[in-house]
Design a protein around this ligand. Sequence first.
Ligand code: ATP
Ligand code: MG
Length: 285
Amino acid sequence: QTQGSGMLCVFQDECLGQGSFTRVFKGTKVDIREGEEHRTQVLLKVLDANHKDYWEAFFEASSMMSQISHKHLLLVYGVSVHGAKNIMVQELVKYGALDLYLKRKGSVSVSCKLDIAKQLALALNFLDEKNIVHGNICAKNVLLAREGDPSQETSPFIKLSDPGIKVSLLDLILDRIPWVGPELLQDPPILSLDSDKWSFGATLWEIFNNGETPLKDWDLEMKRRFYGTYQQLEPSQWTELADMITQCMDYQPASRPSCRVVIRQLNNLITSDYEVLHASEAPER
Ligand code: ATP
Ligand code: MG
């Protein structure tokens, strides 16, 4: 519950799940405007008590998101402090995290995946133009607001979620391989707009591998060695896509393509190339 200019009350309903440092609940936001009640369903992200030392970073993520507005960025209403609890109040996104959605569905069309990739690139471009580093781009932080249905000619619609607590504050950099740019393993770690591009490359990989987790079950030493020996994720058979991912995941931050180039390349990907590729593979299966 919180008090703001328009008298805003937030109520907690059911628990929806858990993040790395958070528990999420469905809630209802009530604003009173001109004597009238307006109710909106919201998502309440509660910082775990054992991570409450990170409240400042949690506030930072929230304030970053609430100061910017873009159709593919999650709407964050603000942070509410309720007793010892820090709660981020944000838009409730219907289909939740993209990685889980892709795993659950199993067969999302390539054109849908391409639409999602383009929308994420637009969000990235927006942040880039504003000189804002997100710092935690991955498929679990891409939320799906609308499903795409090629037979009805409707496109999916995504929203990039808040980054949570800055990775550089946490002891989780190795865990976050292959999403973190390798420059974050340096001492001191360097987080820049270029790092988001690396993460975007890893996210593209996840999208086109149906939400599969890259380097799943690898231990931290193996992950460290992966970067130490300049390896790349298993390339897609769709060469043009594989090239894009490799360019984004360039070990030299400055060599990664600009957002403009990324968007242009995505627009140049032709879904039928992928379908032809897979049709020709079919007899061997
Ligand atoms: P990280 O701290 O790295 O972001 P996380 O993404 O697992 O980790 P949360 O962001 O707290 O943690 O999200 C937990 C889960 O809640 C997500 O996986 C997603 O399924 C769901 N979720 C998060 N935000 C929303 C939202 N705005 N609308 C609907 N579901 C959400
Ligand atoms: Mg998240």
